[in-house]
Design a protein around this ligand. Structure first.
Ligand code: MG
Ligand code: ZN
Length: 215
């Protein structure tokens, strides 16, 4: 019975995601869903990405967190429109939450890129489509190299993987080649970016790909 209930929830979510997707398409806005572990640097990646692209693209942001608005305040400080979703405890965003907060952003037709930062969690965010064009998974070398093999669905569903904090590689035992190898074994088409939001190394390649992946 449990399985049937979960299947129905996901089917209802997929229908709402499809509606969101139609709205994005109609407005010509490119939507990306940024997922990853807590502390991997998702918000730092958003800050770097927005700083690099905001003169070329009109960007809007949806920040997902269990509670608080710290991340939305960081993004708002960059001068782009941002709306915070607090799930209160739910460990993922769903398509209905996105649909509701779209009213709190500028009209979609006035945006080129919508970045959605999901709840820090490598499990269910991968199963709840939001209507996004691409999912992107973020992890850091501080978390070891076992994430792709332990959480394969996340890597299977993503178009790109960002491995952050490469400036820490000399201080950790993480084998970054194993992250790459395991992730590609799950999803051979995965684009991989190894970068540091702290130093800025690798950011340019990532933002160039993101901007180009719109079309
Ligand atoms: Mg964050
Ligand atoms: Zn969840």
């Amino acid at each position: 019975m449990q399985v049937k209930v979960v299947t129905r929830i996901l089917a209802a979510n997929d229908r709402m995601a499809e509606e969101n997707r139609e709205r994005f398409e109609a407005a010509g806005v490119y939507a990306v869903n940024i997922m990853g572990t807590p502390g991997a640097g998702k918000t730092s990646l958003l800050e770097r990405t927005i700083t690099a692209l905001k003169d070329r693209l009109r960007i809007g942001v949806i920040e997902g967190d269990l509670m608080g608005s710290d991340d939305a305040e960081r993004i708002g400080a960059l001068g782009v429109p941002v709306v915070q979703i607090n799930t209160g405890g739910a460990c993922h965003l769903d398509a209905n939450m996105i649909s509701v907060v779209l009213h709190d952003l500028p009209p979609l037709a006035d945006l080129d890129l919508l970045i959605i930062e999901n709840i820090g969690n490598l499990v269910c965010p991968a199963e709840f489509n939001l209507g996004e064009h691409r999912k992107i998974v973020v992890l850091s070398v501080a978390e070891g190299h076992d994430k792709p093999s332990k959480y394969p669905i996340m890597f299977q569903e993503s178009s790109a993987m960002v491995v952050n904090k490469i400036d820490l590689l000399p201080y950790v035992d993480t084998d970054i080649s194993r992250i790459r190898r395991d992730a590609l074994a799950i999803n051979p088409g995965l684009e991989i970016f190894e970068l540091s939001c702290r130093t800025g190394s690798g950011i340019e390649e990532w933002t160039r790909w993101l901007a180009a992946s719109r079309s």
